[in-house]
Design a protein. Sequence first.
Length: 177
Amino acid sequence: MNNPIYPVYIISKGRWESRQTSKELERMKVPYYIVIEQQEYNDYSAVIDPDKILILPFSNLGQGSIPARNWVWEYSIEAGAEKHWILDDNIRYFFRLNRNKINLVNSGVTFKAIEDFTDRYKNIVISGMQYEMFVPRKQKCNPIIFNTRVYSCILIKNNIDYRWRGRYNEDTDLSLR
């Protein structure tokens, strides 16, 4: 199987025209949900299959993406998922680095590989992918980095006690706790 087993959620606001992450997951044929506010439904549903759209029960709280991220977490638990993916809405491409060569990913296999690896261990509760900018092509890089921050594309174990908090740099905050 080349797709993730855990649900993939994209948090999005005001980006129905660009939809970078959504377009990339569509290209890769990775199933996902996009989580939006009610007032933007018509805009998003005009360009994304309505079956992929989840509408938040609140809008314009002025607290950044934190309430949406926590809602997704609870939604995932209620759906019976052990873990969930949460992605920012501005990811253009997914790449794989192999022998310092960057290759465009064409399926959900990278998500599945991360799931397979982390599912082997009880003490990995947050994992994800690295930004291309943190992987210099001329420098040898390990495929796995432990105890570091995880940004923008995160696999979270649902049964941990932590939740999203703050307003900015919430990815850093959660991964460091």
